[in-house]
Design a protein around this ligand. Structure first.
Ligand SMILES: C=C(O[C@@H]1C=C(C(=O)O)C=C[C@H]1O)C(=O)O
Length: 362
């Protein structure tokens, strides 16, 4: 005879009741803090406090409850509490169910309002005009490198970087029927098409590829045309009611994309931050070397350097540099003062907390 589960389930129900009561209490305390912050004009988002909470809870948990699950649960709780102090609107590279959309939800939780945009430049424009407080854009992929339209938009729009999201990307080949024989064209954004180049050459050698402006747009096309296959996210499969043909068709494992959260202001230091700069370098021998030496002498870790041509000025470039540290850290501040004097152009793009990697399906 089956064991009676009722007494144990009663125990779980009691715990769930307590959790809900405590969540309501936590939300109410967060709202009180929100009011106090309003009075003293303090920023609602406090990354240092949030990092300390995660660290404290991880220690308290002692590994009994799976670490990533605990983090996800508290991420949703904390973002909901933060959103209760201030409603947050986020624009992203749409349509619905792109990897950028997923990255946004990972970062801001489910309670924020999300607006899809047609291009990366449109996301920047929305934020610059103040129509959404935040925007989320892809900036680099571990296999394909920089996302140029994002870098170029930093040269064009006045926004600040507020945060980053790192997400392991798994590409799925999808179509309406789920049968590979129905696919005559494979549509996706140029980056996923490039990241799956070898797989497509081997398994669909005669199928032309069709670059479109996002993975969400490709999924939409596949939903409307049974002969179009799309390379898209797992969220797109649900959103557009598609069938999986093959999961994980990327040519290399560990395919990770870094996304940036852009807004009007960078957050206060969290204790583990990255500072992004946009520099113009004087045209003289050794100028770049001089810049790098300043950073090296200050003992600052240069996490990234990338150059982009300046539109309309032939053979002129701007450099994107990422330094480990926050602009409010004295050694970063001093280094930036020296760089400003040495460079033909200097712009601080933002200082923001470094985040850990996470998988989209986690
Ligand atoms: C409640 C606060 O506001 C925000 C929400 C937090 C939370 O839910 O724990 C923590 C830091 C802030 O980003 C706070 O500053 O304490």
């Amino acid at each position: 005879m089956a064991q009676d589960l009722t007494p144990v389930r009663d125990g779980i129900d009691k715990i769930d009741n307590t959790i809900v009561e405590l969540l309501k209490e936590r939300l109410s305390l967060a709202k009180t803090i929100g009011k106090l912050k309003n009075e003293s004009k303090r920023a609602k988002w406090d990354p240092l406090r949030e990092r300390q909470i995660y660290e404290r809870l991880t220690k308290l948990n002692d590994g009994v409850f799976p670490k990533d699950a605990l983090h996800s649960i508290f991420h949703e709780i904390i973002t909901t509490c933060r959103l209760s102090q201030q409603k947050i609107a986020v624009s992203y590279l749409g349509p619905e169910a792109t990897f950028t959309h997923l990255a946004g939800v990972k970062y801001f939780g489910h309670s924020a309002t999300y607006s899809p945009m047609e291009s990366i430049a449109d996301v920047f424009s929305e934020v610059e005009k103040g129509r959404t407080q935040y925007g989320i854009v892809p900036v680099e992929n571990s296999i394909e490198g920089a996302v140029f339209s994002t870098l170029d938009s930093f040269m064009k729009f006045r926004t600040k970087i507020c945060g980053e999201v790192r997400m392991e990307i798994t590409h799925n080949l999808v179509c309406k029927s789920g049968d590979i024989k129905d696919i005559q064209t494979v549509a996706s954004h140029t980056q996923p098409l490039a990241q799956c180049r070898e797989w497509l050459r081997k398994h669909l050698p005669t199928c032309p590829t069709l670059p479109v402006f996002s993975t969400g747009a490709a999924a939409q096309m596949a939903a409307n045309n049974p002969n179009i296959g799309a390379i898209a996210s797992s969220l797109a499969i649900k959103t557009y009611e598609l069938q999986v043909v093959v999961k994980g068709i990327e040519d290399y494992r560990g395919n990770t994309t870094r996304f940036l959260v852009i807004g009007k202001e960078s957050p206060t230091p969290s204790g583990a931050d990255r500072t992004s700069l946009l520099l113009g370098i004087k045209e003289r021998p050794g100028a770049l070397n001089e810049i790098l030496s300043v950073i090296a002498r200050a003992g600052i870790n240069l996490a990234k350097i990338e150059s982009r041509p300046i539109k309309g000025k032939q053979w002129k470039y701007l450099f994107f540099l990422d330094l480990m540290g926050h602009i409010d850290d004295q050694h970063i501040k001093d280094c930036c003062t020296t760089l400003k004097a040495l460079c033909s152009y200097f712009e601080w793009l933002g200082s923001y907390p470094v985040t850990e990697e996470s998988s989209p399906d986690a």
